[in-house]
Design a protein around this ligand. Structure first.
Ligand code: AMP
Length: 282
């Protein structure tokens, strides 16, 4: 397993693999890796001859008041995890390597980014689409792996690949949770012991929503009402949004009459956490 910091080194390595006829999978991450990321690396390792993990806290996808500076970083830990899960190359660039002076091109999207996280994070998906496009051009993978934890991101990437005719298969992987239900996230490290306990309202509300869907409830308002009241009972929690949207468009719906995504963002103290379920997975 190798760690490289330049685009040139990635290209040289991938070229050498391609010359041997090997397939390549890409797992884009912002580092501080946990079992959620590991499940993506495992999936890539299963499907491809070689796996590239990008480990880059992308400044472009953070808003001016967000946690770019404090976002946790630990490349030595990440290297051990990638190696243990069969990854072959970590691409760990400095921001200047990805965004040279005078950088002025962007990949952006309408509709899908105008709901859910797009509302409270207006520059986020432009940053995600731009960096993922760059990574696709740099690595030129056969397949790329994304977690359903970031469900809107997965939908946006699938849409981008389709709209822009990128010849890459996008694989969505299930949410990995702590034993008590909390979805694994690099941002969980921000939580105090008391907040960590309070954060369980997210998964509790998700599980309740899934239960209602399983029982045949199709009225989105009824499902959301129960989920919201569970979260509102926790004094440390503040809802950003809890919504049900059409999977294809990310626009809100009133009845579960098509594949839908139920997604939430909730502040626990100062930490913004997300969780969700797809009705098709219930
Ligand atoms: P991040 O480093 O948070 O940008 O995440 C990198 C990739 O890992 C994204 O595709 C995420 O959706 C995925 N991911 C993060 N947490 C989880 C999790 N708990 N389960 C599954 N995938 C995850």
């Amino acid at each position: 397993m190798k760690i490289v910091k330049t685009i040139e080194e990635v290209r040289a390595q991938v070229k050498a693999w391609r010359a041997q006829g090997l397939t390549v999978g890409l797992v884009p991450t912002m580092g501080y890796l946990h079992e959620g990321h590991a499940s993506l690396i495992d999936a890539s390792h299963r499907d491809n001859d070689r796996t590239v993990v990008s480990d880059f806290v992308n400044p472009m996808q953070f808003g001016p008041t967000e946690d770019l500076e404090s976002y946790p970083r630990d490349i030595e830990h990440d290297a051990r995890l990638v190696e243990a899960h069969g990854g072959d190359l970590i691409f760990h660039p400095e921001p200047e390597e990805m965004y040279h002076e005078g950088f002025s091109s962007f990949v952006d999207m309408t509709v899908l980014t105008q709901e859910l996280c797009g509302l409270s994070r207006p520059v986020h998906f432009r940053g995600v689409c731009t960096v993922v496009s760059k990574l696709f051009h740099i690595v030129k993978p056969d397949r790329a792996y994304f977690g359903k934890k970031d469900a809107q991101q997965l939908a946006v990437i699938r849409h981008m690949v389709d709209d822009l005719n990128m010849d890459i298969e996008i694989i969505g992987c299930p949410i990995i949770r702590e034993e008590d239900g909390l979805a694994k996230s690099s941002r969980n490290t921000y939580l105090s012991a008391q907040e960590r306990q309070a954060a369980l309202v997210l998964s509790r509300a998700i599980f309740r929503g899934m239960e209602l869907v399983r029982a045949g409830e199709t009225d989105c308002a009824a499902i959301l009402k129960e989920m919201r009241s569970l979260i509102e009972a926790e004094p440390l929690a503040r809802i950003d949004y809890v919504k049900i949207v059409d999977c294809a468009t990310m626009q809100q719906i009133g009845t579960l009459d098509r594949p839908a995504l139920c997604a939430m963002a909730v502040y626990i103290g100062k930490t913004r956490l997300i969780d969700n379920f797809f009705t098709e997975d219930v």
